[in-house]
Unconditional design. Structure first.
Length: 456
């Protein structure tokens, strides 16, 4: 296994650096295509969220892989490589697996235990599959990460350690009051209709806001979200929520009437400036609460200086979450992650030898077929029943001779340091390396076919 991850997150970089490295959604596909076109990289996937940007790859050279992935992250963001380098972290092989599994469980999140990261990991895998840059290693890795994350949330109390960023952000705006009591009857404006904005709208609807406007560049997406919120059984149906979709051009007008604003778009520039917020505050007594969950930020940081406006953004969330207490169940999750990392490594090492075992059995089947053809020439009078009995007997002998060594070599290969057993098997039985490689390619094509069928 030659898995490499290069990235930066809220743990290693200030918000300003994360903003410069942030990837626009449309840039991810191009980044992945350039990654797999690079000489040391055969597979690639990118995990890009509001507080982390990570590039995962299967590489055949460690140092060249680190240099290539670091350069790509800088090139596709808005930062120079020397700006990002002090904040980048690198994990390799088992440490890279451990990192992603920890991320999937919420151990590395700004708010420990938050579950939204699972959806973001699922999206990262889907994009890599759509771009055909995820092969066997990254498909296995990300799918197991999703299973590990789900196990952590179902088998431990990690959920008690924290909430989603949306909930945590609203708690900061509420200033210690119950969010439902604080939000009840308020007028809210949600800017954006993506996954984070949809979660914010749903959370506000459940909290009991009276009115909710959703502004989005594509109004149809905003309309779809408002229908989901207010349809029978929807999160706002029970409270009589009045929800409507508006165009982005209407944001300033909606801002003047709103009590709560949550913004999370994919825009590369500011969506709300300090002047617009100050204008919305003019002539009204009620304070304006703003939650900026975008990276790069949607709302000008200068809003902090606008009287009567209370802004919570990624930077202030990071400061607040640093003091959040850790749940006792975190230790259970860490133990679970360690076990899953060991299991993943064993499975990958065992899978590494499978093509060699298949090639060996293919060679043995060829020997049996050759000997039976020779027997046909020497004993042409054998009837079909006799020939079938002899063929079956020879196959049983070969299978019994190969069974114990092939089972044992798989067991040995799954242990740390077991990678050399495949080479030994190829050498001992003089297996053609091209035959083994052909089996590996066939397995990879089958994996991609299965992944495409699952997506369909």
């Amino acid at each position: 296994m030659s898995l490499l991850v290069v990235g930066l997150s809220h743990r290693t970089a200030p918000v300003s650096a994360l903003e410069r490295a942030a990837l626009a959604p449309e840039a991810r596909g191009k980044l992945l295509q350039e990654a797999v076109a690079a000489e040391p990289v055969s597979e690639a996937a990118v995990l890009s969220t509001c507080n982390r940007i990570e590039l995962y790859a299967d590489v055949d050279k460690f140092h060249a892989g680190v240099a290539e992935l670091s350069t790509l992250l800088a090139r596709h963001g808005a930062a120079e490589l020397d700006e990002l380098t002090p904040y980048l972290y690198v994990h390799y092989e088992d440490r890279a697996v451990h990192h992603l599994f920890s991320v999937a469980c919420g151990l590395d999140s700004m708010v420990v235990g938050e579950g939204q990261i699972l959806g973001q990991i699922k999206d990262a895998l889907a994009v890599a599959q759509e771009q055909h840059t995820a092969g066997r290693l990254l498909n296995d890795l990300f799918q197991q990460a999703l299973r590990v994350g789900k196990r952590a949330h179902s088998e431990t109390g990690i959920d008690k350690a924290g909430q989603s960023l949306v909930t945590f952000g609203l708690e900061q705006l509420a200033g210690g009051a119950d969010v439902a009591d604080w939000a009840r009857g308020k007028r809210a404006l949600v800017i954006g209709a993506g996954s984070m904005s949809s979660l914010a709208a749903t959370t506000l609807a459940r909290a009991g806001v009276g009115e909710l406007a959703v502004a989005n560049r594509t109004v149809e997406r905003a309309e779809r979200l408002t229908r989901i919120l207010t349809e029978p059984g929807g999160p706002g149906a029970a409270t009589g929520l009045r929800a409507r979709a508006v165009a982005m051009s209407a944001v300033d007008a909606e801002l003047a009437a709103a009590d709560v604003v949550v913004s999370c778009t994919g825009a590369t520039g500011l969506v709300l400036g300090a002047e617009a917020v100050a204008a919305a505050r003019a002539g009204r007594a009620a304070d304006l609460a703003l939650l900026d969950l975008a990276m790069p930020r949607d709302i000008d940081a200068a809003v902090h200086r606008v009287e009567g406006a209370h802004l919570v953004d990624i930077e202030s969330l990071a400061d607040a979450s640093a003091d959040a207490p850790m749940a006792a169940d975190v230790d259970k999750v860490r133990s679970l992650v360690a076990d899953e990392v060991a299991a993943f490594g064993a499975a990958q090492r065992a899978a590494h030898i499978t093509p060699t075992v298949v090639a060996l059995r293919t060679m043995a089947a060829g020997v049996v077929a050759g000997e039976m053809a020779r027997l046909d020439g020497r004993l042409p009078d054998l009837d079909d029943k006799e020939r079938a009995e002899i063929t079956q007997a020879v196959r049983r002998v070969v299978d019994k001779l190969l069974h114990a060594p092939t089972v044992r070599v798989k067991q040995l290969a799954s242990e740390p340091g077991g990678a050399g057993y495949a080479d030994a098997l190829r050498e001992l039985f003089d297996l053609d390396p091209q035959t083994v490689a052909a089996v590996s390619r066939a397995d990879t094509r089958a994996d991609r076919h299965d992944a495409a069928r699952e997506r369909a």
